[in-house]
Design a protein around this ligand. Structure first.
Ligand SMILES: [Zn+2]
Length: 329
């Protein structure tokens, strides 16, 4: 499968503006990559036998064998990846699962397999358990716990200067507002798990323009505050168009303290995209948007030094690199 590399601009583009970003820190640990696992889905009578060695083969009694894979094989911190459950024989009726505390939504894929999107948080170190419950035929369900190795993302540090009022600690009432707005955006992300999936790859880039600052880079604001850039900045003049990457419903349109004019799309199945610092929006809350539709215009509202689009992608409450969304096939 396509193993992705994080290739982003490492140099500072202070003239192009700074997005409103959430704080996160991490000390990454390099890890090795991984392989597909063959697992045993036991029926009611047979014992639970879960094989965790790579490329194992197990077939006993009336058990149903399934293969669980994920792509890319090496999951970098802060990216989306795909989990596939394939029955080696027979069929699998239903798979439910959880990864990094977010629900997985399996849907039919090719060859009788079931496929779900999952997200590795940027601060995950080592591995994270993939928990699946697989139901096949009359055999009941089987619970599986598979450790997914998470590899280090290629994230760098960047030093920036912004207007002093954004560099200093916020007064309590401003901080309260920021927290409240952040909670509202996160509640959109949580609710997306209950929205039926509306998206279908491939995804459309919100802008065709240059990326001026990639996802995940550490930022030092005014030599004081360290934060992590939890989005992708696209170049654009005020008024330049921003397009929906996929079908979705407009879940939130508002003016935030840090993000300025913001718009969030709920694509369903846990997937949410956000658009910050807008000059205007072209769609209203509750409206359904189609892939490629112009939804808003680039602006310079909120915490910025110039006009640009700060684009964020979330799976549930996990903010991930939008490039990993655009690479999904
Ligand atoms: Zn940004």
């Amino acid at each position: 499968m396509n193993e992705r590399l994080l290739k982003m601009n490492s140099t500072a583009h202070t003239a192009s503006g700074v997005g409103g970003c959430l704080n996160e820190t991490m000390s990454p640990t390099p890890l090795t990559s991984f392989i597909a696992l063959t697992l045993l889905l036991a029926t009611a009578q047979s014992a639970a036998a879960i094989q965790t060695a790579p490329s194992a083969e197990i077939v006993t009694g009336s058990a149903t064998e399934v293969t669980v894979t994920w792509q890319p094989a090496s999951v970098p911190q802060g990216t989306l990846f795909r989990v596939t459950v394939t029955p080696d024989a027979g069929s699998v009726d239903q798979v439910t699962g959880v990864f990094a505390d977010e629900r997985l939504h399996f849907e039919p894929g090719l060859d009788g397999s079931l496929v779900a999107l999952a997200a590795a948080p940027i601060d995950t170190r080592g591995e994270e358990d993939l928990r699946l419950e697989v139901r096949a035929g009359e055999g009941g369900s089987e619970t599986m716990v598979l450790p997914v190795p998470i590899v280090e993302g290629d994230y760098r540090m960047q030093e920036l200067t912004v207007a002093p009022e954004f560099g200093r600690p916020q007064p309590a009432e401003i901080q309260e507002r920021i927290n409240e707005e952040s909670a509202r955006a996160m509640s959109v992300a949580r609710r997306s798990h209950d929205t039926p999936r509306m998206w279908e790859p491939p995804f459309v880039a919100p802008r065709e323009s240059q990326i001026t600052s990639g996802f995940g880079h550490g930022r030092i604001f005014n030599e004081q505050v360290t934060s992590r850039h939890m989005g992708t900045d696209f170049r654009g003049a005020v008024g330049a168009p921003i397009r929906a990457p996929a079908r979705g419903v407009v879940a939130l349109v508002d003016a935030f303290y840090l993000g300025g004019n913001v718009l969030y799309l709920d694509h369903g199945g846990g997937l949410v995209t956000g658009y910050l610092h807008l000059s205007e929006h072209e769609v209203e809350e509750g409206e359904i948007v189609e892939p490629g539709q112009v939804i808003a215009r680039v602006g310079a509202t909120g915490r910025v030094t110039g006009p640009h689009l700060h684009w964020l992608v979330r799976y549930g409450t996990i903010t991930v690199d939008g490039m990993s969304l655009l690479e999904l096939e």
